[in-house]
Design a protein around this ligand. Structure first.
Ligand code: CO8
Length: 258
C-alpha cells in the first residue's frame, strides 16, 4: 500500500521512516498512526531490514496528536482508538531496534512517540514538551510515565504541569536523549548509529533490546535474572561462536543471525 502521511525508504538494511504531514508539523492523526504502525510492522517482518530509523522534518519531529481531529472526539471515540493505545503501550512489540532522530518540535504525542522508540538522537534544534495541560487534557501516550522514568519526577512534573518545552541540551543533561548533534549532521549521525546496529547479530540486538526494556518492568533482582538467563541463551547461537572467534582471530565478525 502506498502511504500518504509517511515516507518509507529501505537502504543498507535500515528502514528510514519519515513522518510527512508538513502542513500540520507532522501532527499524529489516525491515518498517520495507522500507516506508521503498518510500516513498523512491515519493517519488523522484512528480512532486508535490521534497524528502523524514525524521523520527521527539520522543523518538527511531530507537534503532537492532531488537535483538529481530536477536538470533536468523545470519550467513546478516544477510548476506542486502538492506535493511541498501541503507541501508548510503546513499540516494544517491534522487536528490531528503533531509533528516533528528532529535529525541531517533539511535543505531546510527538514526544511520547520519540520516547516509545529505543533511543533518541536529537538535533540541537529539538524541543521536547508535554503541553497537553494547555488543552485541558494530560499526556495520554506515555508522557506522564516514560518521561518520569527518563528525567525523574521533578522535571517531569514541571513539564507536565507547566507545559514548558525542554531544549536539546537540557534533554541530554536529563537523560532523555542519548546524543545531541548540530541540525545539519543529525541524519548522518542517526544513520551512522543505525549502520552500527545493522552490523550486529540481529538475535543479539533483539535480545539486548528486550533486556533493557525489561528493566522498566521489573525489580532489579528479576531484571538481573532475566539478563543472566538470556545471556546464557545466547551461547546457543552460532553468532556467539563467530563473535568470539572473530575477536581472537583479530578480524571483523560475520554474523549470520543464527
Ligand atoms: N495538531 C494539529 N495541527 C497542528 C498541531 C497539532 N498538534 N501542531 C501544529 N499544527 C498545525 C497548525 O494548526 C498550523 O496549521 P494551520 O496553518 O493550518 O493553522 C500548522 O501546523 C503550523 O503550526 P503553527 O502555525 O502553530 O506553527 P508555529 O511555528 O507558530 O508553532 C508549535 C509551532 C509551537 C508547535 C504550535 O504549532 C503548537 O503549539 N502546536 C500544538 C502543540 C501541542 O499542544 N501538542 C500536544 C497535542 S495533544 C497530544 O499530543 C496528546 C497525545 C496523547 C493522545 C492519546 C489519547 C489516548
Amino acid at each position: 500500500m502506498a502511504f500518504e502521511t509517511i515516507i518509507v525508504e529501505i537502504e543498507d538494511h535500515v528502514a528510514l521512516v519519515k513522518l510527512n504531514r508538513p502542513d500540520a508539523l507532522n501532527a499524529l492523526n489516525q491515518q498517520l498512526l495507522g500507516e506508521l504502525m503498518q510500516a513498523l510492522e512491515e519493517a519488523d517482518a522484512n528480512d532486508k531490514v535490521r534497524c528502523i530509523l524514525l524521523t520527521g522534518s527539520e522543523k518538527a519531529f511531530a507537534a503532537g496528536a492532531d488537535i483538529k481531529e481530536m477536538s470533536s472526539m468523545s470519550f467513546v471515540d478516544v477510548n476506542a482508538s486502538n492506535l493511541f493505545a498501541a503507541f501508548g503501550d510503546g513499540i516494544q512489540r517491534i522487536r528490531k531496534p528503533v531509533i528516533a532522530a528528532v529535529s525541531g518540535y517533539a511535543l505531546g504525542g510527538g514526544c511520547e512517540l520519540a520516547m516509545a522508540c529505543d533511543f533518541i538522537i536529537a538535533s540541537d534544534t529539538a524541543k521536547f514538551g508535554q503541553p497537553e495541560i494547555n488543552l485541558g487534557v494530560i499526556a495520554g501516550m506515555g508522557g506522564s510515565q516514560r518521561l518520569t522514568r527518563a528525567v525523574g519526577k521533578s522535571k517531569s512534573m514541571d513539564m507536565n504541569l507547566t507545559g514548558r518545552f525542554m531544549d536539546a541540551e537540557e534533554a541530554e543533561r536529563a537523560g532523555l536523549v542519548s546524543r545531541v548533534v548540530p541540525a545539519k549532521k543529525m541524519m548522518e549521525e542517526a544513520m551512522g548509529a543505525a549502520l552500527k546496529i545493522v552490523e550486529k547479530s540481529l538475535i543479539t540486538a533483539r535480545t539486548a533490546k528486550e533486556a533493557v526494556n525489561r528493566s522498566f518492568e521489573s525489580t532489579l533482582t528479576e531484571g538481573l535474572l532475566f539478563e543472566r538467563r538470556v545471556f546464557h541463551a545466547l551461547f546457543a547461537t552460532e553468532d556467539q561462536k563467530e563473535g568470539m572467534a572473530a575477536f581472537m582471530e583479530k578480524r571483523q565478525a560475520q554474523f549470520r543471525d543464527k
